[in-house]
Design a protein around this ligand. Structure first.
Ligand code: UD1
Ligand code: UDP
Length: 374
């Protein structure tokens, strides 16, 4: 009898980080029957990833609603997953990280009796409001999970502090690096039309790449961020700021209103993963509040200014790739200009580091589950 796996995800970053695990389990089909369920908490941004990794979900809950709220989304995920879990009756369910899909998916899976495996377990800020609601999503999922795949020794330590049994924690590295290393070649071999056009348009210009979406930055935070970007653009007319804008309406509105008409700020739609990797590589530095980008940047040697007050990813700060700048307008401007002007500081922050793994995380996960079943 093969072990039955259900892999659940719903947003862009979960899809990127779960895609190599789907591939690895499917490559071990003699031991595992593996099905994929997407909640589609995201739609377009999820579909971009599914297409690139050639994943066709077995179950698609198609839940995204424009401007959705946490109450309805959480309830819908739990209720809709009931049918999937009852139909497939998995032995193991895999959830990833800290989204609403993760938290609601782990609760539903716990109700079903399946063993819950948490991929990217143990990241913590220990601040319930930052990131909101992700910190609590992670902690809830950590309480429920039977197996914890921790990316680093720091994340393992966090779990041990919460009295999670040592035997249930495995350090694997982060699957984001599996995805990145597995994709870089494909990106270079076969650049998209969009990349070819961007390449031509940007020429030799220095590029600052920006992304942002965190809930705790919605409202005043985004106003301050946009004000900073506008002033950076004015003070550095030779630099091009490229900003793929997240589809959340709470992000779209201030960004388009404040930055929509500035000659050296290029607002574009969210990029397909492979195009985004290309753009990270093409950039001089990155300004972001993204979790995943903080993990990818050290492996690409790209300095990152993180527009948050806390991070559950201290490893990138410790190796010197990431600096926390919060959403203070002056701090964002000063740190950005300093990095653009100060060559030796820039060089220091651009060194390659791999604190998040070696690209073998998914192999370790599959091996661990196989061993549990023997
Ligand atoms: C979610 C996660 C966050 C993660 C982020 C990655 C939660 C609470 N938040 O935040 O942890 O870092 O995804 O991007 O789980 N939208 C679209 N199309 C898409 C995606 C989003 O139109 O493909 C719009 C919709 O109006 C949607 C809104 O964005 O209602 C918000 O999506 P949601 O998943 O609730 O929150 P994110 O801010 O994306
Ligand atoms: N990303 C992408 N296209 C974009 C912006 C980001 O494919 O236009 C990728 C990026 O490489 C990283 C992930 O999306 O792997 C990060 O997602 P996001 O910032 O939305 O979420 P977070 O990581 O903060 O949860």
């Amino acid at each position: 009898m093969r072990t039955k796996n259900l892999i659940i995800f719903g947003t862009r970053p979960e899809a990127i980080k779960m895609a190599p695990l789907v591939q690895e389990f499917k490559a071990n089909a003699e031991n595992f029957e593996t099905k994929v369920c997407v909640t589609a908490q995201h739609r377009e941004m999820l579909d971009q990833v599914l297409e690139f990794f050639e994943i066709i979900p077995d179950f698609d809950l198609n839940l995204m609603k424009p401007g959705q709220n946490l109450y309805d989304l959480t309830a819908d995920i739990i209720v809709q997953l009931k049918e999937v879990l009852e139909e497939f009756q998995p032995d193991y369910v895999y959830v990833h990280g800290d989204t609403t899909t993760t938290m609601a998916g782990s609760i539903a899976s716990f109700y079903s009796g399946a063993k819950v495996c948490h991929v990217e377990a143990g990241l913590r800020t220990f601040n319930k409001r930052s990131p909101f609601p992700e910190e609590v999503n992670r902690q809830v999922t950590g309480r429920i999970a039977d197996v914890h795949f921790a990316p680093t020794s720091t994340s393992k330590e966090n779990l041990l502090q919460e009295n999670i049994a040592k035997e249930s924690i495995v350090i694997t590295g982060n699957t984001v690096i599996d995805a990145l290393l597995g994709s870089v070649e494909k990106v270079n071999e076969n650049p998209s039309q969009l990349i070819k056009e961007l390449q031509k348009e940007l020429g030799e210009q220095e590029v600052v790449l920006v992304t942002g979406h965190r809930r705790e930055n919605h409202g005043a935070g985004f106003e301050r961020i946009c004000k900073a970007l506008k002033q950076i653009a004015e003070q550095k007319p030779q630099v091009m700021i490229v900003y793929p804008v997240h589809l959340n309406p709470k992000v779209q509105e201030p960004v388009n209103r404040i930055l929509g008409d500035i000659q050296n700020i290029k607002l574009i739609d969210p990029l397909a993963y492979q195009d985004f990797i290309w753009l990270m590589n093409r950039s001089k530095l990155i300004i972001t509040d993204s979790g995943g980008v903080q993990e990818e940047a050290p492996s690409l040697g790209k300095p990152v200014l993180v527009m948050r007050d806390t991070t559950e990813r201290p490893e990138a700060v410790e190796v010197g790739t990431v600096i926390l700048v919060g959403t203070d307008t002056d701090k964002i401007i000063n740190e950005t200009l300093d990095l653009l002007n100060n060559e030796s500081r820039f060089e220091e922050m651009s060194k390659l580091h791999n604190p998040y793994g070696d690209g073998e995380a998914c192999k370790r996960i599959v091996t661990h589950i196989r061993n549990l079943e023997q």
